[in-house]
Design a protein around this ligand. Structure first.
Ligand code: T5A
Ligand code: NA
Length: 210
């Protein structure tokens, strides 16, 4: 770090929250905003449904297939592991990654089904640690009203309530809790300044951690 000729690295910024909390809307806007400032930024999302693991996950989420709870948990994790080295390469090359869901989703959703939370965390160990996590905080009842749930496996109010409880156990120093009840543009304004601060910190030599 800090060696002459080293390119400053990008930031790993994650958006988390219940289904319909606005993660995809906000991630897209944030990437456009950063690009507009001339900052190299890319939008990533998990599950990444394009890989073969991702297609298995997608089929499970749309109720086209059944899998044991442990098995699907490990597939969600594998879907992050298969992207780990390309994420690291991007960050080292100076690109900021705005990631729509990450390990916190993995642990919150599976433990909400009743799986042991420590067991759920284990396969995430060694993945890249986010520099910043935006938790889009929205009461489950409000989320359910938004555009209606589309019928994927986890889109039920009682289950989303359990997921919200699990998310609250996972909160750490990298988290910023954002009031996701606000209008889209107001939420976006808050994300922008916090993301820029984080990018500056990463550029000035904060190491990538696991
Ligand atoms: N999952 C995921 C696991 O179980 N384990 C894992 O490891 C991972 C990674 C699929 C499912 O997989 C689970 C979690 C999920 O159940 P997904 O493909 O990311 O995950 O699907 P969803 O999270 O369900 O994506 P959604 O599209 O439903 O939610 P978003 O992205 O949070 O919300 P968004 O931006 O699409 O907005 C939803 C609606 O609300 C409106 C939007 O216009 C849209 O209609 N909206 C607002 N309305 C009013 N005010 C605002 N501020 C608004 N922001 C957005
Ligand atoms: Na989404």
């Amino acid at each position: 770090n800090g060696k002459k000729g080293d390119k400053s690295r990008g930031a790993l910024v994650v958006l988390e929250g219940l289904d319909r909390s606005g993660k995809s809307s906000q991630s897209r806007r944030l990437v456009s905003y950063l690009e507009g400032l001339g900052i190299s930024a890319e939008l990533w999302r998990f599950p990444d449904r394009n890989t073969s693991v991702g297609q298995t996950i997608s089929s499970y989420l749309s109720n086209k297939s059944q899998l044991d709870d442990h098995t699907i948990h490990l597939l969600f994790s594998a879907n992050r592991w298969e992207k780990r080295s390309s994420m690291e390469d991007k960050l080292k090359a100076g690109t900021t990654l705005i990631v729509d869901r990450y390990s916190y989703s993995g642990v919150a959703f599976s433990s909400a089904k009743g799986l042991n939370i420590e067991w759920c965390k284990a396969p995430e160990i060694g993945l890249l640690a986010p520099d910043l996590v935006f938790y889009l905080d929205l009461p489950p009842e409000k989320a359910a009203e938004r555009g209606g749930y589309g019928g994927e496996r986890y889109e039920h109010l009682d289950f989303q309530r359990k997921v919200a409880e699990k998310y609250h156990l996972l909160r750490d120093d990298s988290w910023k809790i954002i009031d996701a009840c606000l209008p889209i543009e107001d939420v976006q304004k808050q994300l922008r300044d916090l993301a820029l601060d984080c990018i500056t910190t990463c550029q000035s030599g904060k190491p990538i951690s696991q």
